[in-house]
Design a protein around this ligand. Structure first.
Ligand SMILES: Cc1cc2nc3c(=O)[nH]c(=O)nc-3n(C[C@H](O)[C@H](O)[C@H](O)COP(=O)(O)OP(=O)(O)OC[C@H]3O[C@@H](n4cnc5c(N)ncnc54)[C@H](O)[C@@H]3O)c2cc1C
Length: 371
């Protein structure tokens, strides 16, 4: 994974092989799939969840259906999310599940509505009056699916993390997420939005979301990430000759991410925060800010999460310290999780990246133990 050229050739070859129906699933399964995915079915994830439980590590289950575009597929995804909530409610260490709006709605519809979202001082709204009756009905079905998921989650005391995706559908995701947060977050954070700090407008958006939550008397659930679609975002902006929504450089993303941690900790009585990152400095900073604010490590509004297969050094040390630490554990049929695997492969391919760092740490530890 830390050989960039191999990842580039490998991911392109894998995509072609899948397109041509070549038998490469076995190879994917025993390499990149096993590293980053919990299994093809919910049952296959149980052994991993139980193992993590022994180390006081929570699990965030994530059914990884991406890129499906039919009403039947959206209903199936909703039913699977319902199954995951029921499963999570029966386990001690699965307090949250992740969902993607693109698993429940047609991408083009989300993109169309994106232009119809208004961010006011008091609320975020979508004015769908200019869309066709069919589109209005289609959107009503999407809302129904999301509400059904959140309703059950609230009843079963399981939290819902709504993933952030491409900026050209994100307004729609934000608007719907704010709507369900208002509906279900009055007592505790059931629903969490995801805020991507690699966008230069998102620190402001976090503050605006907080103000809206305060005004409408609900808790803001905020999962903060740097963001996973950087190249796609930049390429699209260049193609359309628009200003890129992405920060000019990595230090700018880091600055806003760390500022988002500090802001959320300052307002921790009304923000339920999930720091979703593999960045060691950000994790250390969060712990330091908690200590300075005299917050207990197991504060109910502060959680840390890393993706399964990455940064175990961070997750295990945070859990050992007594923090709420979790692994984001995706599962699903190999075909459906390919886009997720490709993002992980690309993210891990730089020499300065996380995989190289982890390999280095493991090598050091093996030497220290004299194995
Ligand atoms: C539990 C969990 C859930 C996640 N959920 C989502 C989600 O819902 N939506 C989503 O989009 N992502 C999600 N991610 C992925 C996340 O956005 C990042 O891609 C990934 O975690 C790497 O960022 P980092 O903070 O871990 O580490 P770092 O290695 O410190 O940061 C890498 C990140 O910095 C940013 N970056 C790198 N180079 C530049 C540059 N030149 N200019 C500007 N910015 C740059 C990019 O965002 C890159 O991914 C999730 C990650 C985790 C751990």
């Amino acid at each position: 994974m830390n050989q960039g050229w191999l990842v580039k050739i490998g991911t392109n070859a894998a995509l072609l092989a899948i397109k041509w129906h070549l038998p490469i699933k076995g190879l994917l399964r025993s390499t990149i799939f096993d590293q980053f995915v919990g299994g093809e079915t919910l049952d296959e994830t149980i052994a991993i969840s139980n193992k993590l439980k022994q180390f006081a590590i929570d699990v965030i289950l994530d059914y990884g259906a991406e890129g499906k575009e039919s009403e039947g597929a959206f209903d199936n995804a909703k039913n699977e999310f319902i199954r995951v909530i029921n499963h999570a409610a029966r386990q001690e260490n699965i307090p949250l599940i992740g969902i993607k709006l693109t698993a429940l709605a047609r991408f083009a519809l989300l993109e169309k509505l994106n232009l119809l979202v208004t961010f006011g001082q008091d609320q975020v709204s979508i004015d769908i009056s200019s869309t066709s009756p069919n589109e209005q009905q289609e959107w009503a079905r999407v809302v129904q699916r999301v509400v059904a998921i959140c309703e059950l989650a609230a009843q079963k005391n399981v939290g819902i993390l709504i993933d952030a995706e491409e900026s050209w559908i994100q307004n729609t995701i934000d608007a719907l997420t704010m709507q369900v947060m208002q509906q279900y977050n009055s007592q505790k954070a059931v629903v969490f939005n995801t805020i991507q700090l690699y966008r230069h407008d998102r620190l402001e958006f976090l503050k605006r979301s907080y103000a809206i939550a305060l005004k409408n008397r609900f808790l803001l659930g905020a999962k903060i990430v740097r963001g996973a679609y950087m190249e796609k975002e930049r390429n699209r902006a260049a193609l359309l000759q628009e200003v890129s929504p992405i920060q000019p450089n990595k230090p700018a993303s880091d600055r806003d991410f760390n500022a988002a941690i500090a802001y959320s900790i300052q307002h921790i009585d009304r923000i339920s925060l999930i720091i979703a990152s593999h960045n060691e400095y950000s994790a250390q900073l969060a712990v330091q800010l908690m200590e300075e604010a005299n917050l207990p490590y197991n504060h109910p509004h502060i959680q840390f999460s890393q993706l399964y297969g990455m940064s175990d050094n961070i997750t295990f040390n945070l859990a050992k310290l007594g923090c709420h630490a979790s692994k984001y554990l995706p599962y699903g049929p190999i075909d459906d999780v390919i886009p997720y695997l490709m993002r992980r492969a690309q993210e891990n391919s730089s020499v300065a990246g996380q995989t190289s760092r982890e390999l280095f740490l493991i090598e050091q530890e093996i030497k220290r133990r004299g194995i």
